[in-house]
Design a protein around this ligand. Structure first.
Ligand SMILES: Nc1ncnc2c1ncn2[C@@H]1O[C@H](COP(=O)(O)OP(=O)(O)OP(=O)(O)O)[C@@H](O)[C@H]1O
Ligand SMILES: [Mg+2]
Length: 320
């Protein structure tokens, strides 16, 4: 994918955007023993936008998602969603409030079919109370019908309809990424956190994925934060990008400016050694030097996109 080709097609306004921030981080910090993975991060995400989050391996991107989605407790700082502090609130409660995430490594149920994978997602809408549904058999039947319709709608949208009865374990890496997006669509999410949706996805599917994200933003009003190492993908999708390095916000702004910022290039080019020293383990920062280098080339505008880093490590995850 070519950034220049898409520079005029970055997401136009989605309904309801530009209001107060939907998400605000204030001095957010997470330590793992002696390692500070996220270090006093502060930034805001506006409703209705698609915001990018980039930075070298080990910069703390996934750890931020894990805290916002309730899988990890912050060591310090605040996470405000709609103005309310949600730090430490568990994932299932945040899920019902409209915060969903997809994983760097897909978390599908391999032995369920594609359709069953979506129907297994807890189906309550944000703010909905479930107990009145459980008390009535008719309500249960209606609920099941609604869940099925919603799942079928998502599968058609994602062009996975033909694969609905296939076991999820038989999907390609790219199709599993689409299924992750489908799980997010099973609620009517307000904030969708996409962790490397393009990793391991072929260029054709990546272009489709991009269109789907744009449509979900424009037509259904989802607010997205997207972590991705493919700079062209980010440039074509996001008006604003937040750059992390060693757990801290290095800079933020439009991609055209960010990708020319010498500090950003330094962070990518120097990231391996620095992170290796910081973690003392060499992973994931040192474990995937080629990716960081490639990303730096793309950040400098030298890359041609399309080819994506594969084999993402996923150290910061806690299963949902
Ligand atoms: N559960 C954990 N226990 C210990 N250290 C962790 C844990 N999760 C993450 N880390 C460390 O925190 C730092 C940030 O990791 P994180 O996964 O957030 O980086 P990232 O920016 O998502 O990297 P990548 O681009 O490789 O996915 C790394 O040094 C990582 O090794
Ligand atoms: Mg990560």
């Amino acid at each position: 994918m070519n950034a220049a080709a898409h520079s005029g097609s970055v997401a136009p306004p989605a309904p309801g955007r530009g209001a107060a921030p939907l998400l605000e981080l204030e001095g957010l910090t997470r330590r793992f023993g002696g390692l500070t993975a996220v270090d006093r991060c502060s930034f805001a995400i506006e409703a209705g936008r698609i915001t990018g989050m980039i930075g070298p391996n080990g910069a703390g991107k996934t750890t931020i998602f894990s805290m916002v989605a309730g899988a990890l407790r912050p060591s310090a700082g605040r996470i405000l969603f709609d103005g309310e502090d949600i730090g430490g609130v568990p994932t299932h409660r945040l899920f019902h409030r409209g915060i969903v995430r997809t994983f760097q490594i897909p978390h599908e149920f391999g032995r369920l079919t594609v359709l069953e994978n979506l129907m297994a997602v807890p189906a309550a809408q944000p703010g909905e109370r479930l107990w009145p549904v459980w008390l009535s058999p008719r309500a249960v039947a209606r609920r099941e019908r609604e869940v099925r319709e919603r799942a079928e709608d998502a599968l058609r949208f994602l062009t996975l309809w033909e694969l609905r009865d296939e076991l999820a374990m038989h999907l390609s890496g790219g199709q599993k990424k689409l299924l992750e997006l489908g799980r997010a669509m099973m609620t009517s999410p307000r904030l969708v956190l996409l962790d490397e949706p393009g990793a391991g996805v072929n260029p054709t599917l990546l272009a489709r994925l991009r269109e789907m994200i744009l449509e979900l933003n424009r037509e259904r009003g989802y607010t997205f934060v997207v972590i991705e190492h493919d700079m062209d993908f980010i440039a074509s999708l996001c008006e604003r990008v937040i750059v992390l390095s060693q757990g801290a916000v290095l800079t933020e702004g439009p991609m055209e400016r960010v990708r020319r910022d010498p500090r950003v290039l330094d962070a990518y080019l120097g990231g391996d050694e620095e992170n290796e020293g910081a973690t003392g383990t060499g992973t994931p920062a040192g474990g995937d030097a080629s990716r960081a280098g490639t990303a730096a080339g793309r950040a400098a505008g030298e890359g041609h996109g399309g080819a994506l880093g594969a084999g993402a490590t996923d150290p910061g995850e806690s299963p949902p």
